[in-house]
Design a protein around this ligand. Structure first.
Ligand code: PEP
Length: 250
């Protein structure tokens, strides 16, 4: 059975002192969960968050990385740099990066490969815009994004990737896909993976839902047949609320 993986995406929020306070409140609240708990934090918080989560069940992720190992890329951070300080996860291709920072399916694919080569687990975001949804293109868009993100990986690598299905119209808007709708989209992604890499691989890949997840809708979303947890933005900034999401089954 696939485990549930619940990751917070703090985006460009939280100063180090706020991050430390958050962990002091959050860690005891989630210490008994069987679910995997990840905090994806700004680069400037990574060191502090790693230090303060050392004796906890909380894993730490970054929100982006470059695909090259090193070189003249001012302002960028490599997978090797993240790995060297103990980061285990990295979000790749978040819709905000695709929309505002020219992230493409091609750069997403390069980053996924480099992340895996450096033993980081990529959390790859895919999702349709409202316009694409209204045109009936949701499944085409998300299956194509998935296929391109995974292009060139072998089966054992694909199993290590986490996919986050995040309908763009649901991110930060308070609008959530219905659990049935979200589960159908996640199923379509799993079927696409099955077509290319086989059913066994597809059965093992963790596919999250993201888009205005909160404590009041987490259980309904995370207990569907195919959704394996969530990528949570706004609601991951409040320790008590995020802990309720992590502990959704209690
Ligand atoms: C996200 O940033 O990945 C996200 C899903 O944000 P929110 O939960 O705020 O919609």
């Amino acid at each position: 059975m696939r485990k549930k993986v619940i990751a917070g995406n703090w985006k460009m929020n939280m100063l180090p002192n706020e991050a430390i306070e958050f962990i002091q409140e959050f860690a005891p609240l989630v210490k008994d969960t069987q679910n995997e708990v990840i905090l994806c934090v700004p680069y400037t918080d990574l060191f502090y968050v790693l230090l303060n989560t050392q004796d906890t069940n909380i894993k730490v992720g970054a929100q982006n990385m470059h695909w090259e190992e090193n070189g003249a890329y001012t302002g960028e951070v490599s997978a090797k740099m993240l790995k060297s300080i103990g980061v285990k996860y990295v979000i790749i291709g978040h819709s905000e990066r695709r929309a505002y920072f020219a992230e493409t399916d091609e750069t997403v694919n390069k980053k996924v490969k480099t992340a895996l080569e450096n033993e980081l687990t990529p959390i790859v975001c895919v999702g349709e815009t409202l316009e694409q949804r209204e045109q009936g293109l949701t499944k085409d868009i998300i299956t194509n994004q998935t296929k391109l993100a995974l292009d060139g990986l072998d089966e054992s690598q694909v199993e290590k990737v986490i996919i986050a299905y995040e309908p763009i119209w649901a991110i930060g808007t308070g609008k959530t896909a219905t659990s049935e709708d979200a589960n159908d989209s996640v199923k379509a992604i799993r079927e696409e993976i099955s077509k290319i890499y086989g059913q066994n691989v597809a059965n093992r890949v963790i596919i999250q839902y993201g888009g205005s997840v909160k404590s009041s809708n987490a259980k309904e979303l995370f207990t569907t047949s195919d959704i394996d947890g969530g990528l949570v933005g706004g609601a991951s900034l409040k320790a008590e609320e995020f802990a309720k999401i992590v502990n959704y089954e209690l």
